[in-house]
Design a protein around this ligand. Structure first.
Ligand code: ATP
Ligand code: MG
Length: 183
């Protein structure tokens, strides 16, 4: 599984539809300060389900929508589509290419899609669970993350290893089943 393509529409500084193609191997995003490099990585975390505006360097979720400039009006929604090569079926879907889309409107309304079919955030979370690519996974190592891994509480460290071992899905199902039993 690898990242093939990223499409941004109205996400932060990307007012125009912007498409980035990635090839297998090493990719570096370079550019002057303030040109939008971190916005690209924010968009990947967002489409993978990030719910915290603060961790996307904003105060509220609306801040990820293009806010306008001298020459352009603000936009009404932001949309990100991430396409992954799934030839190795690392994701449990019978498609060799999987794309996930997230859209948010100023009203706060959110939409999620897997291969253009509307779904819930939960479906996206489950799709990536134990693949190492979820929003809580170790595929994105931000500033300070290494320190966090070295210094966090034992339970948090354990969570990182559980994701790597691929057992988070089963632990979640067990938790959900237990909750149902209690009801
Ligand atoms: P550095 O090299 O300093 O880390 P960078 O390339 O990572 O810079 P980013 O932080 O990705 O830059 O981009 C910052 C720019 O994005 C700023 O100019 C900011 O105004 C713009 N920006 C952020 N959110 C929005 C938004 N909602 N609408 C329009 N522009 C935005
Ligand atoms: Mg940056």
């Amino acid at each position: 599984m690898y990242l093939k393509r990223l499409e941004l529409v109205g996400f932060k500084s990307f007012a125009d539809r912007t498409e980035m193609e990635f090839v297998k191997g090493v990719t570096a995003v370079v550019g002057p300060n303030g040109s939008g490099k971190s916005n690209v990585s924010d968009s990947i975390r967002w489409v993978l389900g990030e719910q915290s505006a603060k961790s996307l360097r904003g105060a509220k979720m609306e801040d990820i929508i293009f806010a306008g400039s001298d020459k352009r009006k603000p936009l009404n929604y932001a949309e990100v589509t991430l396409t992954l090569d799934n030839s190795d079926r690392a994701l449990d879907l019978e498609y060799s290419e999987v794309s996930i889309t997230r859209r948010v409107y100023r009203s706060g309304e959110s939409e999620y899609y897997i291969n253009k079919r509307a779904c819930r955030l939960k479906d996206i979370m489950e799709l990536f669970m134990d693949t190492g690519l979820g929003k809580e996974a170790y595929s994105i190592i931000g500033q300070g993350k290494i320190e966090e891994i070295l210094s966090t509480k034992a339970e948090d460290r354990r969570g990182i290893f559980e994701e790597a071992a691929g057992i988070v899905k089963y632990k979640n199902r067990k938790r959900e089943a237990e909750k149902k039993l209690e009801e």
